[in-house]
Design a protein around this ligand. Sequence first.
Ligand code: G3H
Length: 195
Amino acid sequence: PRPILLTRHGESRDNVRGRIGGDSVLSDTGEIYAKKLANFVEKRLKNERTASIWTSTLQRSIITASPIVGFPKIQWRALDEINSGVCDGMTYEEIKKNMPEEYESRKKDKLRYRYPRGESYLDVIQRLEPVIIELERQRAPVVVVSHQAVLRALYAYFADRPLKEIPHIEMPLHTIIEIQMGVSGVQEKRYKLMD
Ligand code: G3H
């Protein structure tokens, strides 16, 4: 069996400000995670001849993977965070205050709700299909450094979680989820690298 390691990017400056979307860089805490992640990956994959690191095209993902050396890196647009359209850059409080109908519709059906000029979880799930096909084809380990909504969808695929749960799956920062696909099914381990 070969592992797939899933992780969110390190805490970003927008995470600290509570802003969704955007393309910010990491906070100081996020930078520390990037170094710890590189350490972990180098130890975990030291006996693997080949492995690859997949990121999104957003800065917070690329920067999180940057201290990892010795493995090829691939940027996928399909791994970019859910596009929050007109709400990009806002806090949840601002959306609630300035666009209450949008806020309520999303609360009612987070899976199907599509941000105006953005995406829904169902859209994200659909665009992940080529990533999943490629992940299934790989024989070597893959480290995926992506974003909360995207990782919920990827994780649900491997852990066989129902569609309706996807938008609500807990996907904490600074935690690696290791998935092993063997003959006897899927096994999962979690490594929390920071408190
Ligand atoms: O910026 C987007 C968030 O990471 C997605 O979280 O779908 O729970 O709002 P949410």
